[in-house]
Design a binder for this molecule. Structure first.
Ligand code: 9MR
Length: 467
């Protein structure tokens, strides 16, 4: 009994003394400081600011180019500061930085980290973009892929800046418009091959892959076919003849074709095109069947057939509709890959949306072509917050978004990789600033090179996506 009382008494003693310790510690824990937006932002620095913390005569300031603070700007790894702000200097212009602070008491108790403040220095001068050639870096990867560029025939004359960049940096080309039906087919069974041949020959003679874009697209129906007076069955035979003749003409020269482009609507229904109206719901399957038959007849066993569409990643109804078509083609063993156009913005679609869209095709064993990549800084359709200036913030946001999609693509299994194609070379020649649908004339900078063929940060972002 006596022992029991002793035990209870000593337990109580331990309990009360630990409470007392906690009280003492509680007094020593410092509040977490709140970091405020930077002030006096210049080309090479900014003033970092934060709120006062009771009993904290000093603060420890971290500055980094990484939001995770995996590295630090020299001298800004827990720099001791006895004020509520500090002029950070010696930085690069037009660059994204992050800062955070901790409070420190006299007896060296240190608080938790504050919130992280993001700040971009002004100016663009002297920003060194990485000049590494895209395909050179890609070809060093364990599982490389084609780096594609949309081209126009008049860019391909030897010695033009386009020609030089193409040969240095790109391993695949797609015709931006000159291999579409309205360009090649002038009448039933009559073809104008000249321009398309120039593009294909350029690829073939320079060891650059040629992707064919696109056999059947509702926006490139030649007038004679749009006005076709024959029966629906005769219309279908015209389409079959076109597909057969084009695939045969380019046997062994064009490695892959977008057989059908954009067959589904945003609401998840089949797009009500002339092909759907004239040939019925099975028309996509028919087109693939004819393309495959032409390749087999021409002994072109390497030809890859793609279904190509846009804006499926952030629209599940549309995505499901596209995959209904794709599943039908997989069941008929007619399809080799899916083209995801990716006319994206710096805001959308998200990484997770892109991944889950693409992964559905990966799971079916299909090749993935990011087929028309560009990155608007003004989101589509008459944006309320239209920007007419390509600010540093936008430039860096675009760089990150390019990096993100290249990373996503590069992480795909080797068997699913095909090509990642950018839809045009220079900002000022992209379709985006001229699109009446997107409606922000002149105001966008969606590509990897500026109007003077200068490397943009987007190009550096592309390279960093390969790390
Ligand atoms: O960028 C292309 C533009 O130069 C052409 O005038 C237009 C019509 O042929 O096609 C544009 O490319 C489209 C592509 O073929 C399919 N997806 C949407 C692209 C942008 O409209």
């Amino acid at each position: 009994m006596k022992n029991k009382i002793l035990l209870v008494l000593s337990s109580l003693l331990i309990f009360f003394s630990s409470c007392a310790n906690e009280d003492q510690n509680a007094q020593l824990v410092l509040s977490t400081p709140v970091a405020n937006p930077a002030k006096e932002i210049s080309d090479n620095g900014f003033r970092a600011k934060w709120n006062y913390v009771s009993k904290a005569p000093t603060y420890l300031l971290d500055v980094s180019t990484s939001p995770a603070f995996t590295d630090f700007v020299p001298n800004y790894n827990a720099k001791v500061i006895s004020d509520l702000n500090d002029l950070v200097t010696g930085l690069m212009g037009g660059t994204q930085y992050y800062y955070r602070v901790r409070a420190q008491s006299d007896d060296l108790i240190i608080s938790e980290y504050s919130n992280v403040i993001s700040v971009i220095t002004t100016g663009t001068n002297n920003i060194a973009e990485d000049p590494t050639f895209l395909k050179v870096k890609v070809n060093k990867l364990a599982n490389p892929f084609f780096v594609g560029m949309a081209v126009k025939a008049n860019q391909l004359d030897s010695g033009s800046p386009y020609d030089v960049i193409l040969k240095n940096e790109f391993s695949s080309i797609s015709a931006e418009y000159e291999m579409k039906m309205d360009q090649i087919s002038t009448a039933s069974g009559v073809y104008n091959w000249t321009v398309a041949d120039k593009i294909v020959a350029y690829g073939n003679s320079n060891g650059i892959n040629v992707h064919g874009h696109a056999l059947v697209w509702h926006n490139s129906v030649p007038t004679w076919l749009a006005n076709y007076a024959g029966t629906d069955a005769a219309f279908a035979l015209e389409v079959k003849k076109y597909i057969t003749d084009v695939v045969t003409h380019y046997k062994g020269k064009v490695r892959s074709w977008d057989v059908v482009n954009e067959a589904v609507e945003a609401d998840g229904t089949m797009r009500n095109t002339i092909f759907l109206k004239r040939m019925g719901a099975n028309y996509v399957n028919d087109c693939f069947k004819w393309a495959r038959a032409a390749a087999v007849a021409a002994a072109d066993s390497q030809l890859l057939l793609f279904y190509n569409d846009y804006a499926t990643s952030d629209n599940i109804d549309k995505q499901n509709a596209a995959y209904t078509i794709i599943d039908g083609l997989v069941a008929s063993k007619l399809i080799d890959g899916v083209g995801f156009q990716m006319h994206n913005t710096i805001f959308t679609p998200s990484k997770a949306q892109i991944e889950s869209d693409i992964n559905r095709a990966v799971a079916k064993g299909l090749k993935i072509h990011i087929s028309e990549l560009d990155m608007q800084v003004n989101p589509g359709n008459a944006p309320a917050n239209l920007t007419a200036t390509f600010t540093n913030e936008l430039r860096l946001a675009q760089k990150e978004k390019y990096k993100e999609i290249v990373k996503i693509y590069n992480a795909l299994p080797a068997a699913n990789k095909y090509a990642l194609t950018v839809w045009g070379m220079k900002d000022n020649e992209s379709w985006i600033p001229f699109s009446t649908d997107l409606n922000h004339p002149g105001n966008d900078w969606p590509l990897l090179y500026d109007a003077s063929f200068g490397l943009k940060s987007a190009h550096t972002g592309f390279l960093q996506g390969l790390d």
